[in-house]
Design a binder for this molecule. Structure first.
Ligand code: ADP
Length: 486
């Protein structure tokens, strides 16, 4: 459509380094395509490892002045960025739908969610405090203060192109850190558009630098090995996170890692089943199932499993599939054809092991990477679908008999990002909060993320928290001074 063409033509596609739009070394570019059509949307500059280091040069050069910039000024820039983002919400939403595939209504929701990090951390920027006290011996004064960690490197995924960027950029800028960000190669346009927005509201040159690349591994390794870098924050899969942690160890970097999940969604026999069905639809089908917080294993009490499966099957078979720009579409394309193939393999394995298909179950014919929204029941222990992150609109149900069995199954994974529990019994709900090993819990809800709350996981789901008061602490060093005499 013309709206799409106009928007796409207006996106800056060069590297953003030191406040300037620059071509990549050797004028290299790579294509960004629409997963709903497979067609190329734009070509963007393809940063070399040397370009990555140039971006770090700019971040390092800007660090001292940004750290010394008044917190109120940093706060105002973030707030202005929030206001302008809200003004341009339609552009950002459409851009995300085009490069990532999510339905337009959900992309609009991401503008709200992602934008809130700018607003929240504009408010946190002026509330960084320390403490002052007398040492126990009474011989000196103890001063504890906080200062920015220093230049940061961010690697972000494709599934939430805006929110994964703002969730890292906003606290870093609030704390006084400068940034180099490498967006996912599948979805760099949103981050470039965000950089242009920050430039427009007067963010000083070099504070935020963007380096899209098709050579993530090489660029990443170069930047992470540079001793001027002080912090690495990554959101993506656990295997890549493990590799990056090893690289970061050689440089003793501070790290934040938001990695994979395998969320249990537990429905007790006393649950409000209507609420559980609504929660399941959100927890599973939001973002086409491509969220690290997506419910992966539905554990339903055997007394209500048949009813729960039937109601879900009815609802899921009605979900409209199509390009995210089309009216009423709830399920867009998966990000790539290989994601479709992986999903088909997981479903086929579950069925071969004895699961029953309630609805969906296969890839859709025609252009674009579409997989039918699917419900499976009677998942058999040992099926791959219980151990792997599905990352697709496939809802897999198994049953349990007792509370202990539910807990044991919920915790039977190396991951620990989020758990969802539906019960009307609040005492039981509190026991679940204690017993399920995750960084986050949703009690009678299928979505938990919020800029004001600490997002993050335990076990192999990661290290550190994003959002809330905890979010800015990730970008602050603690300095202790003992002051004696006079
Ligand atoms: P996803 O399943 O979301 O694609 P990945 O972990 O593969 O998860 O990718 C998340 C981000 O990490 C992307 O920006 C990708 O380019 C980047 N990435 C993947 N492998 C590496 C690597 N070896 N070094 C640096 N960045 C990487």
């Amino acid at each position: 459509s013309t709206a799409e063409t106009t928007l796409l033509q207006g996106i800056r596609t060069d590297l953003f380094i030191g406040g300037e739009w620059q071509p990549a070394e050797g004028d290299r570019t790579f294509g960004v395509s629409d997963p709903a059509t497979g067609l190329e949307l734009r070509r963007v500059a393809d940063a070399s490892p040397a370009d990555g280091i140039r971006a770090l040069d700019a971040a390092v050069a800007a660090q001292a002045e940004w750290a010394a910039t008044a917190p109120r000024r940093r706060s105002t820039i973030l707030r202005d960025a929030f206001d302008l983002l809200v003004e341009r919400r339609a552009d950002f939403a459409l851009l995300m739908t085009l490069e990532m595939g999510k339905p337009l209504a959900e992309a609009d929701g991401e503008v709200s969610y992602g934008g809130e990090f700018l607003r929240w951390f504009s408010e946190e920027a002026v509330r960084i405090s320390g403490r002052y006290g007398l040492n126990p011996e009474g011989t000196g004064q103890t001063i504890v203060s906080h200062r920015p960690v220093g230049p940061c490197f961010f690697i972000t995924p494709w599934n939430f192109p805006l929110a994964m960027a703002t969730r890292k950029i906003a606290p870093a800028l609030a704390a006084g850190c400068t940034v180099v960000i490498k967006p996912a190669e599948l979805t760099p346009l949103t981050t470039l558009h965000l950089a242009a927005l920050f430039d427009e509201v007067g963010l000083p040159a070099g504070v935020l630098n963007v380096v899209p690349t098709s050579r993530s591994k090489d660029l990443g390794a170069s930047v992470i090995a540079d001793t001027r870098l002080r912090k690495l924050s990554f959101t993506g899969s656990t295997p890549v996170g493990v590799t990056l942690l090893k690289q970061a160890a050689d440089n003793v970097l501070r790290t934040s890692m938001e990695l994979g999940g395998n969320a249990p969604f537990v429905v007790f026999e006393d649950a409000d089943l209507d609420a559980a069905v609504e929660g399941a639809l959100l927890a599973k089908f939001r973002n086409i199932g491509q969220a690290c917080t997506a419910a992966n294993r539905f554990l339903v009490h055997e007394d209500v499993a048949a009813e729960f499966s039937r109601r879900l099957g009815d609802r899921v078979s009605e979900l409209k599939v199509g390009r995210g720009t089309e009216e009423g579409v709830r399920i867009g394309p998966l990000i790539t054809d290989s994601a479709v193939a992986n999903t088909a393999a997981l479903v086929d394995d579950a069925v071969a092991q004895g699961a029953e298909l309630v609805t969906g179950g296969s890839k859709l014919d025609g252009a674009g990477s579409f997989f039918a929204p699917t419900v499976l029941t009677g998942i058999v222990a040992g099926s791959r679908i219980l151990n792997e992150e599905i990352f697709a609109p496939v809802l897999a149900i198994s049953t349990f008999r007792t509370e202990d069995e539910a807990v044991e199954k919920a915790n039977d994974t190396p991951y620990g990002l989020v758990g969802y529990v539906f019960t009307r019994d609040l005492a039981r709900g509190h026991r679940m909060i204690d017993r399920i090993d995750t960084g986050m819990m949703g009690l009678n809800t299928g979505v938990v993320s919020n800029a004001s709350a600490p997002f993050g996981g335990v076990k192999q789901s990661g290290l550190g928290r994003e959002g809330g008061a905890e979010g800015i602490a990730e970008y602050l060093e603690t300095k202790y001074t003992l002051l004696v005499g006079q």
